[in-house]
Design a protein around this ligand. Structure first.
Ligand code: B1M
Length: 226
């Protein structure tokens, strides 16, 4: 299959929530390769992992978001797309792993309290890891107290907060206040679809990035300790 066709088919698997060839969903794609097989094929064909991520997976998920907003699909459909995305990302992970010798510091990442979205955070974490940072991923729905405990366990770390909902992004501010109350010098970067630079400034974050590359730039320019 030509590169463009392969990426287009993979994007379609994300949009339709086709996880692998064994999965019965969606019925009209029964027996066909899913995100699992097509990601493997794309990488084996030599398509760069960054292209697989940007030109198939993320594009597919954007389309899912548009259709969900327009009420053309519903939560169970979005969940299947998220499952397909996770299956694909498993194949990409090794390409973003870095040499342990390049260890530049530690970032504690998490999606804030009340928020269950983790695909973007996982991508950001993967790219940050590839840039030589250790990532401690606390998962989703992470309380300010849990962030604080992690900071106590990883002295000198940076914190990365992700939020996808307008109703949960306010929990970034609570987290920043809670953590900085005990560790005023700690650097905190925020991101996620509804977050803006203006909002980041308002809540006292040290950094903001709309994408993984910007997060790496922040870490490498503002957070290196030696
Ligand atoms: Co939800 N959801 N969702 N959802 N969901 C959105 C966010 C929404 C915009 C959809 C829509 O209406 N169009 C909408 C939010 C509206 C709003 O707040 N204004 C929404 C809603 C309403 C909901 C529910 C309330 C739906 C319901 O139950 N009725 C519910 C809330 C659950 C909760 O969290 N408490 C809900 C649930 C879910 C699922 C569980 C079904 C699923 C999540 C599965 C999972 O993550 N494991 C889901 C999904 C998949 C989406 C959409 C479709 C896709 C999100 C995604 O993965 N994007 C989303 C629509 C959309 O975003 N277009 C939507 C792809 C990902 C690569 O991008 O996460 O933006 P993103 O990450 C980017 C950047 O933002 C940035 O880099 C990433 C990589 O490029 N970034 C950072 C992210 N974090 C960063 C941190 C950084 C720096 C950069 O530094 C630390």
């Amino acid at each position: 299959m030509a590169t463009d066709n392969l990426l287009e088919s993979l994007k379609r698997c994300i949009e339709r929530g086709k996880v692998n060839c064994k999965s019965p969903h969606p019925p009209d794609m029964k027996g066909q390769d899913g995100a699992d097989e097509l990601t493997r094929k794309a990488l084996d064909t030599g398509i760069p992992p960054q292209d697989v991520l940007s030109n198939a997976l993320v594009l597919g998920m954007q389309h899912v978001g548009e259709r969900f907003r327009n009420k053309e699909i519903f939560v169970p459909d979005v969940l299947m797309s998220a499952k397909a995305m996770s299956a694909a990302m498993e194949h990409l992970k090794p390409f973003f792993k870095s040499d342990a010798l390049k260890h530049r510091g530690t970032i504690v990442m998490g999606t804030v309290l009340g928020d269950l979205h983790d695909i973007g955070k996982k991508i950001v974490s993967m790219v940050i890891e590839g840039a030589g940072w250790e990532v401690v991923d606390l998962g989703t729905d992470v309380s300010p107290e849990k962030f604080l405990t992690a900071v106590d366990q990883h002295p000198g770390c940076v914190i990365g907060l992700s939020a996808l909902l307008t109703t949960t992004m306010i929990n970034m501010e609570t987290t920043i206040r809670h953590v900085k109350g005990k560790h005023p010098g700690i650097k905190i970067i925020v991101g996620g679809a509804p977050v803006t630079q203006e909002f980041a400034n308002k809540i006292g974050a040290d950094g903001y990035s709309p994408d993984p590359q910007g997060a790496v730039e922040f870490l490498n320019t503002r957070c290196l300790q030696n």
